[in-house]
Write a protein that binds this ligand. Sequence first.
Ligand SMILES: Cc1cc2nc3c(=O)[nH]c(=O)nc-3n(C[C@H](O)[C@H](O)[C@H](O)COP(=O)(O)OP(=O)(O)OC[C@H]3O[C@@H](n4cnc5c(N)ncnc54)[C@H](O)[C@@H]3O)c2cc1C
Length: 414
Amino acid sequence: MTFDAIVIGGGVVGLSTAWRLVEGGLKRVMLLEANLLASGGTGLGTGSVHTQRWQKTDTSLIGRSKRLMQEITDRSGGVFRLYPVGRLTLVGKGDVGTVLAYGDYLREAGLDAVELPPDRLTDRFPGLNVSDVGIGLYTKDDGTVYPSALIWAMAGLFRNAGGTIWEGCRASRIVFDGHRTTGVELANGDVVESARVVLASGVWTRKILESSGLGLALKHAVTHNTVVTVGRQDLWSQVPSLLDGVQGVIAIPRNPGTIMASNTAGEYGSDPETAETVLKTAHVEIRKNGTFADETALQQGQVLAQLRHRYRDYDIRSVVGHWAGLLDGTPDSNPYVGPYPGIDGLWVGCGLTGYGVQRGPGVGETLANFAMQQPLAVDVDTYSLDRFAPDLEFEIDMSGDNPFVGFQHEGARA
Ligand SMILES: Cc1cc2nc3c(=O)[nH]c(=O)nc-3n(C[C@H](O)[C@H](O)[C@H](O)COP(=O)(O)OP(=O)(O)OC[C@H]3O[C@@H](n4cnc5c(N)ncnc54)[C@H](O)[C@@H]3O)c2cc1C
């Protein structure tokens, strides 16, 4: 079996790469997925899509992603869409200058960003407690998506254009002839041939590279998603996607009437399989006993208090649910996007931390452009793979490029 390109990983990066490859004119494109489509980080992602990022490359990638998402919406009859709840960043008095500069930066990038001092915040969101807020920044065109719907809509577009998807097919290693990529070996020993391979396997990317005799400085961290309900039904449309930089919490209204708050537990490592086992055990424990592990319960208590403080008049009820997943991170919290150094025909896209759904389609398009030797829509030089030694030891910092004071303390980030 020979293909024009093979993509490993059925998450947002892999699916969008595969889709853009067939749209770009490649006839025989194979996507290999070890489990089911969207069974990795993408299916567990909360789904916030917002343009409030600090790096120029990210701003461009998210811009591209939003354009591609609109195309997917149009072509999938609206099965997938972005729900524009808006993104609101709140910071304390000490961070006002930072937010004013941030607003200027976003507007220069062509985004509709508006600063909201406390009195205007109260006009716009009367039920919010802004007593400890210095200023807010609002981007009304941002919102939330169902990441799995994005995957399934792209899978449909990919397959309709002639692409091949093999679920339940684990890639065990990439095969080379010297420094030239020649294909992918599956778990049963079969080799699927191609001179182009794109590796988009999220937290498992390092493992696949190591089985292939290569390396990459990549680690995972566990992120929890705590779900609470909002009692005041008349205020359901008044819950923005919130980055509360005063308290250090991220809270997303993916489904109206609920708020999902993320925080990273601080457990990280480089063996995703061990972490997956720990997560599965935790989920079984929750289902059986209806209780959460001590550490998680503690975090949920903290999240609940933070939400009740901020959403003062919304009648925030107690925690109704929880799930957790793995994020992949790099030494500088920026992704890897581009060719694997010294190897022809191998490109990698991973390390998207807690912001992979919103950047994924842009990253996938970029990887497809690399693989087809077409001009890049986004300059991703700063995300090259050769910026760190593959065996570099590091700890993931999930606060990433987030400079607000509330995010400087332990355990408040995602
Ligand atoms: C709780 C949580 C909340 C999040 N919230 C947000 C958010 O609000 N907004 C946002 O933008 N991002 C969010 N994220 C992050 C986002 O979900 C991820 O960054 C993104 O989905 C990663 O996509 P990916 O395609 O790189 O990896 P994945 O989605 O993990 O896909 C990798 C795929 O590769 C497959 N695979 C692994 N090994 C092999 C192999 N050997 N052979 C074949 N296939 C293999 C896996 O099964 C998997 O399906 C969140 C993540 C979590 C966990």
